[in-house]
Design a protein around this ligand. Structure first.
Ligand code: PLP
Length: 367
């Protein structure tokens, strides 16, 4: 069986270093907001090329706290792609703001910058981009629009740690950015974790307090804050794994390149990489499209290949968003009906990739 993602193997490569780091943490006797988080925040900010990083409990909180920090809420609108993972949209709703869905580019899956302007109203406060499946969005036209209309730009980087656009890393392409360290992400912890990156010092100071009960100093509360801290334990692990992130992303690129060069089947559409260089994509997922997606998935399973669907139901068709159920986002709907994610990871071998390619190239419609 070729697994979709072998998380155990990914982490076991670093068993010694991770165990050592956890042992140091255990022996330190300090388990919340200490040296581990502080060091990781510094290292991750440096990696992304930003001034500040704030570790938080998960990616959803990172998104939600950013929106809060910029004072966006009731009566405000935030533009967001119609085909993202639901967390991006939940973060907007959690702040009482209204998500305004914008259709993606069918081939790259990322928000279509040309479709944004007509959705801007006097209530629009920000554009939330999502670097979906690991590919950096085309940020120049988006940042120009934001400048023209006085909007904030926030990045959902939960799938794109390390991707580079125009010589800058994601996380440094807008006003503030959210990361998730959910175990399956390109940089994953051994549980939930997240981070915010930002260059604005005031926002940084505010967020550092807000994640910790709104407290900047023990028992003194500047804000009605929350408890959303990155655990020392996870920071201890992330410090180790961050060192290998570029290498891991390169290994993913090698698999992706192999797929793109060798999968040839008229029934299958391959993902489009928008930028000429290959650093803009870190291939969190390698997503193909096909008419009979369930048929292809069943066929691959019969060939011992695990393929998954990201994601089967578009946000506007979710029961949680009943108010949108009758609306139409045809590109997003087509994507959600046709996508299938192939196995890809830093520990996947080219031999296994070759087996996937062979199976796909031999695939014919069953009827
Ligand atoms: C994983 C993910 C999130 C949420 O991150 P969590 O840490 O699971 O809360 C948000 N947005 C996108 C695009 C994601 O893939």
């Amino acid at each position: 069986m070729i697994p979709f993602l072998d998380l155990k193997e990914i982490n076991m490569r670093h068993e010694k270093e991770i165990t050592q780091s956890i042992t140091n943490f255990l022996h330190s006797g300090w388990y919340i907001l200490g040296k581990q988080v502080e060091e990781f925040e510094k290292q991750f900010a440096d990696y992304c090329g930003v001034k500040y990083c704030i570790g938080v409990a998960n990616g959803l909180d990172a998104l939600s706290l950013i929106i809060r920090a910029y004072g966006i809420g009731e009566g405000d609108e935030i533009i967001v792609p119609s085909n993202t993972y639901i967390a991006t949209i939940l973060a907007i709703s959690a702040n009482g703001a209204t998500p305004i869905l914008v259709e993606p580019n069918l081939l790259s899956f990322n928000i279509d910058p040309k479709a944004i302007e007509e959705k801007i109203t006097p209530r629009t406060k920000a554009i939330m981009v999502v670097h979906l499946y690991g590919q950096a969005c085309d940020m120049n036209p988006i940042n120009e629009l934001a400048k023209k209309y006085g909007l904030r730009v926030f990045e959902d980087c939960a799938q794109a740690h390390g991707a580079i656009y125009d010589e800058k890393r994601v996380g440094n392409l807008g006003d503030a950015a959210a990361f998730s360290f959910y175990p399956g992400k390109n940089l994953g912890a051994l549980g939930d974790g997240g981070a915010i990156t930002v260059n604005d010092e005031e926002i940084y100071q505010q967020l550092k307090a807000v994640r910790n009960y709104g407290s900047h100093r023990k028992y003194e509360n500047l804000y009605k804050g929350v408890n959303s801290r990155l655990d020392e334990l996870h920071a201890a692990v992330l410090k180790v794994k961050l060192k290998y992130l570029d290498e891991d992303n390169q290994a993913r690129r090698n698999i992706a390149k192999y797929y793109s060069q060798n999968i040839v089947n008229p029934l299958i559409t391959l993902p489009l990489v928008e930028q000429e260089d290959d650093v803009s994509h870190v291939w969190h997922l390698y997503v193909i499209r096909t008419d009979d997606r369930e048929g292809l998935q069943t066929y691959l399973t019969s060939q011992g290949i695990q393929a998954l669907i990201h994601y089967p139901i578009p946000p506007h068709k979710q029961k949680a968003y009943k108010e949108w159920n009758e609306e139409e986002f045809p590109i997003s709907e087509k994507i959600h009906n046709e996508v299938l994610s192939l196995p890809i990871s830093p520990v996947m071998t080219l031999e296994d990739a070759a087996k996937v390619v062979e199976a796909l190239n031999e695939y014919k419609k069953a009827f």
